[in-house]
Each structure stands twice: as C-alpha cells, then as structure tokens.
Ligand binder design. Structure first.
Ligand SMILES: [Zn+2]
Length: 284
C-alpha cells in the first residue's frame, strides 16, 4: 500500500498579521501563546509537524521556536513580514526571504529548506526566486479561483510522485487541499475555513470524502486560533470582519483532535514537510 502523508502545519504569525487588520491593530497585544499550546497538543498526540515562522517574530518567539525544535518539529520560513509577496517588487521579495531564511538559520543552527508565502500570494516569477535563494520545497499552492488574496502557480511541468505533492528539478511543492462544493472551491486545509464554516455538517464530511482516495493532507492554522486570550476589537474595521476573526476560536483544539483521529483511521502518517521530501527522495 502507498504511504499517505498528513502535515498539520502552523503559520507562526500574530493575530494582527491578519490581512484585513493590516495597520489598524494594536501590535503590543500578542496571541502567540497559541504557538506553545499547539506544540503541546501535537506532542500529546505524538504528531510531528512543520512551523512556518515570520522572521520579524523570531526574537519574540525565540523560546517557543527552540522548544519546537527540541521536540523534533521542523522550522520553515513564512517570510520576513506578512506583506503579500505579490505586493512586493521582485527585488524586495528576494531581499526579504533571503534575510528571513538567514535569521531563522542563525537561530536554530540548521538549514531552513521550506517556504510558505503569506496569504498564498505567490506567482511563477516569485517561485523561481524561492528556489534561487535556496529553498527546497514550498507549500503555497492554493487552488481557489477568484480569491482576492491568493496567487496563481503553474505546476503543469511538475511530476506528481504522490497525489498533491509536486516535484521538479530538486524543488517540491505541497499543494493545499481543496474540494468542490456547490460549484465553489473550498479549502479543506485551512484554519480560517475550518473555523468559519460549519464543522459537523460541512467541513468534516468534506474532509472524510477527500481522505478516501487522497495521498496527502495538509492543515494550516495560526497561533491566534489556539490562544487562550481574547482577540481585541479593532477600530475602523467592520462588524463582519471582527466577527469573522473571532468566530469559533475556542473550538479549534477539539476540531484538530478530531482531525487527527480521522487521519489515523484513514491510515495517514504524520510528518514534517522536510522528512517527506527526503522520504520521497525529492531532496537527496
Ligand atoms: Zn500567514
């Protein structure tokens, strides 16, 4: 039987990095305690994973990053700031990810080989830069046409040794999983999607259906979704945005535990992205 891989990744950013709060939120308030909560939750369930860290938070989150490494998790790169790469020039983008990679490598004393674009806002030109600066895998491909934040990545020249995992010339891309529902693409991987859409009647059945013939499953969540702290109200943002940011925040632990059970029942093995790259021999 073919191996089936699950990666329950986290993008390590703070609540105020949410795109719709940009430049309006109080940055002195942090919800990064959810980073530690998630490491503890995964350790308890014997799951290893990958954390994509924003390097501008590396000093603040240093103890947590080193704790994650000491528990056998992988640290990868989510860029320097959370500005969408598509809003940066190619030169700015290259400078930022080069600096972020070096900063994280200095901190953990190990090569960082993975990159995920903030807001999945990547394109083919920027993807070449990701490779050029020395990353060996990405996880930024999100296929939700018409989404206002996500970018577009053409993987038609890549091979697919495992369904959902694409390789070409030493680079591997782990695509985020989506499912069609009523003619729309729904990201069954996503923190926000899993938190905001009905869990029992929509998301859980969609994930179960997807797992039946899938070979890879990726989750992405954020520290604020597992924080024990309240999310502050942000001035000059709509009621809808404020509600959207807060909805079902206390329910994510339970959903992740249920997801781990579903994945184990469907015989998925939990791993880091880096280990899977080595396992499928995408990286020698
Ligand atoms: Zn992010």
């Amino acid at each position: 039987m073919k191996n089936k891989y699950a990666i329950l990744s986290m993008d390590v950013e703070d609540w105020y990095h949410l795109y719709y709060f940009l430049d309006k939120a109080d940055k002195s308030y942090s919800m990064l305690d959810g980073f530690t909560s998630y490491i503890d939750l995964l350790n308890k369930h014997n799951v290893k994973t990958t954390f994509f860290v924003l390097s501008e938070l590396a000093d603040i989150a240093k103890d947590q990053i080193l704790y994650a490494v000491s528990c056998g998790h992988e640290i990868a790169c989510h860029g320097k700031t959370h500005i969408r790469p598509l809003d940066l020039s190619l030169e700015e983008f290259e400078a930022q990810i080069t600096e972020a990679k070096a900063k994280l490598e200095d901190m953990i004393g190990k090569e960082i080989i993975g990159y995920r674009a903030p807001c999945y806002a990547i394109d083919d030109e920027r993807y070449k830069i990701v490779q050029k600066v020395g990353f060996k895998y990405g996880s930024s491909k999100m296929d939700v046409p018409g989404h206002p934040l996500y970018g577009k990545l053409d993987l038609s020249e890549f091979k697919q040794p495992v369904k959902g995992i694409y390789t070409k010339e030493g680079m591997t891309e782990f695509a985020l999983n989506t499912q069609k529902f009523c003619g729309k693409h729904i990201a069954i991987s996503g923190g926000g999607w899993i938190r905001l859409l009905p869990w029992n009647t929509l998301m859980k059945p969609l994930i179960k259906k997807y797992l039946k013939d899938a070979e890879s499953y990726i989750l992405y969540i954020h520290p604020f979704e597992l924080s024990k702290k309240m999310m502050p109200k942000v001035p000059d943002t709509s009621l809808l945005t404020n509600v959207r940011a807060r909805r079902d925040l206390g329910k994510m632990d339970g959903r992740i535990i249920e997801l781990i059970r579903l994945l184990r029942e469907a015989q998925f093995q939990f791993d880091t992205f880096a280990d899977i790259c080595y396992r499928i021999e995408a990286v020698k």
